[in-house]
Design a protein around this ligand. Structure first.
Ligand code: AHN
Ligand code: ZN
Length: 329
């Protein structure tokens, strides 16, 4: 990028300084002056709008019209932001024996790069509010503003930035389908592995043969105003280095009180299968507190998981951590 264009972008507030590559720079270069890395600026309000746009379709329950409309919306948005997009079609069997088609949406940048990072989230929403305090609501589908749409909102904002300033590593943004149709509380037999069917499918059938990534980060419920993120235990077991990277980056950025360097609970989530089956070290950034009753926020799997539950500031904080990790790799 030429210096004049760079200066204009900085003046417009589009790019921000985001780290220092000097210790990692090629030892054969003459100059040892600190090389400033410039990152584009992650805008919380923009991510918020992407969450709102998904929620406007209604509950994105697999098989519904809203689900199809949202799938097409996501594909179009990622294409518009310059990604190579694959909509992977698969099928899996639910806890009750029903077979359903699923659509994993994969948006890739720098497809030739061998050093790759996966950033992912689920895009479907739960068909039943089985934790709603009102019994009559428990068979109704949820909007999943936080549980689903928040993570995807962050992925879309990252895509917007990648178009402005291409990262040096390869990136695959993956929206997993069918994460949230796990056996409900009221089901007779709760079977293992009924959650995360889209990521289980992808882990067994990656969208490219011999697909590899160096590491991954999963986002789940990353939009609540009061969200605090702990070191999730499955992440710490399979990918402690990735968890360290997240916690240390957040700490450096002044978010230490929101990303605690403390062990939280263990959550069965998409990263379990990516770690266990695809063997890509992946950490989960998830709002799950060892101190609350279910571990999740009070909105979790209730009809209250709507836009009132989403804060642009939280989305921006999580997005900033990702931007710093990605542009410093
Ligand atoms: C379990 O409750 C076992 N896993 C929750 C995974 C999840 C659901 N994440 C979002 N919704
Ligand atoms: Zn859920």
């Amino acid at each position: 990028m030429n210096p004049i264009k760079l200066a204009i972008l900085v003046l417009l507030g589009v790019l921000v300084s985001c780290g220092n590559k000097s210790e990692k720079s090629d030892k054969t270069t003459e100059s040892n002056t600190a090389q400033e890395i410039v990152c584009p600026m992650f805008v919380g309000d923009s991510a918020y709008l992407f969450v709102e746009q998904q929620v406007a379709f209604g509950p994105r329950v697999p098989g519904s019209d809203a689900h199809k409309q949202c799938r097409d919306f996501l594909r179009e948005r990622f294409l518009a932001y310059g990604a190579e997009v694959v909509v992977q079609e698969g099928s899996e069997t639910l806890y009750d024996g029903t077979k359903l088609p699923l659509y994993n949406i994969i948006a890739s940048y720098n497809t030739e790069a061998t050093k790759r990072i996966v950033v992912c989230s689920h895009w479907d929403s739960r068909p039943f509010a089985d934790h709603d305090p009102n019994v009559e609501h428990r068979n109704q589908p949820i909007l999943g503003a936080n549980d689903g749409a928040s993570g995807v909102g962050v992925l879309l904002e990252l895509a917007r930035l990648f178009q402005q300033e291409s990262p040096s590593v390869g990136i695959d943004l993956i929206c997993f389908d069918l994460e949230d149709w796990g056996a409900p509380e009221h089901a007779e037999s709760v079977k293992e592995d009924t959650w995360c069917l889209g990521s289980q499918y992808w882990a067994r059938h990656p969208h490219q043969t011999n697909y590899r990534a160096n590491f991954g980060i999963l986002l789940d419920m990353v939009g609540a105003p009061d969200a605090v993120f702990y070191r999730e235990q499955i992440s710490d077991y399979f990918a402690p280095g990735v968890v360290d990277k997240i916690v240390q980056t957040a700490e450096k950025m002044g978010y230490g009180s929101r990303f605690l360097n403390e062990i939280g609970g263990a959550v069965t989530d998409d990263h379990l299968y990516v770690n266990r089956i695809a063997r890509i070290p992946m950490a989960d950034i998830i709002q799950f507190s060892p101190r609350s009753e279910t571990g999740f926020g009070a909105y979790w799997h209730t009809l209250n998981d709507n836009m009132n539950n989403i804060s642009p500031n939280t989305l921006e904080m999580v997005g900033n951590v990702l931007v710093h990790i990605i542009y410093n790799e």
